[in-house]
Design a binder for this molecule. Structure first.
Ligand code: ADP
Ligand code: MG
Length: 238
């Protein structure tokens, strides 16, 4: 579970084609990183996978089923954003529990899932606090907790660390890699940070102006960039 196929995905906003026939097979449990400069279509691609944006054409297939017309909550996907708007008046517990409350899950199951997620994210001592008491990294973990309790097959991360300082980003990279191993879920992670891409990805997808420039494991892209764009972005500039 958690296999994703993108087939000839195109997205136009008016006359402007921002995603140009993107095709990609993502394996179950794989950690895929989308990299590329600002404006190349990374967020738009994620939003289409999540169902927050329609495709102009093409198929999005999850575990063999075309999901283009399926509502976001029915896709088995959870998305974590850069700006992780938490509810300031609610406790950490209630912030994490929020999607389960919306689903009207039973109280006992809510407690069990929130506590399990909090443990994974080292937030178990923070459950009664308000977000205002937490550091930036802890707040981002609360946002990730909110995704975990939905038990998605596929996690989408849109530049989740870009609001954090460098030291915290380094810690969170390690945390997220650990989380990926622990959950075994498919993860698609968007960043414009080469270090994140090189250290976290099973495979990197380099996007350039709406199309895929190259896909492969980090070291392959580093040592054998197929073109000057990939070389400039992550390749070995020998
Ligand atoms: P990235 O996340 O890689 O920085 P985006 O996917 O946000 O890029 O944007 C890709 C392009 O699509 C940009 O040129 C952006 O201005 C444009 N775009 C994104 N969303 C919309 C929208 N709702 N309407 C019009 N243009 C959009
Ligand atoms: Mg973006």
């Amino acid at each position: 579970m958690g296999q994703l196929t993108l087939k000839d995905i195109v997205k136009r906003f008016g006359a402007i084609e921002v995603v140009k026939s993107v095709s990609l097979d993502v394996n179950e449990g794989e950690f895929i990183v989308f990299v590329g400069p600002s404006g190349c279509g990374k967020s738009t691609l994620l939003r289409m996978i999540a169902g927050l944006e329609h495709t102009t054409s093409g198929d999005i297939v999850i575990d063999g089923k075309r999901v283009n017309d399926l509502a976001p909550v029915k896709r088995g996907i959870a998305m974590v954003f850069q700006s992780y708007a938490l509810y300031p008046h609610m406790s950490v517990f209630e912030n994490i529990a929020f999607p389960l409350r919306v689903e009207k899950a039973p109280e006992a199951s809510i407690r069990e899932k929130v506590e399990a997620a909090a443990k994974i994210l080292h937030l178990d001592q923070r459950l009664e606090q308000k977000p205002g008491m937490l550091s930036g990294g802890q707040r981002q973990r609360v946002a990730i907790g909110r995704a975990i309790v939905r038990e998605p097959e596929i996690f989408l991360f849109d530049e989740p660390l870009s609001n954090l300082d460098a030291a915290l980003r380094a810690d969170m990279r390690i945390e997220l890699t650990r989380l990926h191993k622990q959950l075994g879920a498919t993860m698609i992670y968007v960043t414009h940070d080469q270090v994140e891409a090189m250290t976290m990805a099973d495979r990197i997808v380099v996007l350039h102006a709406g199309y895929i420039s190259q896909v492969g494991p980090p070291l392959e892209l580093y040592h054998k960039p197929q073109n000057t764009f990939v070389a400039g972005f992550i390749g070995n500039p020998r």
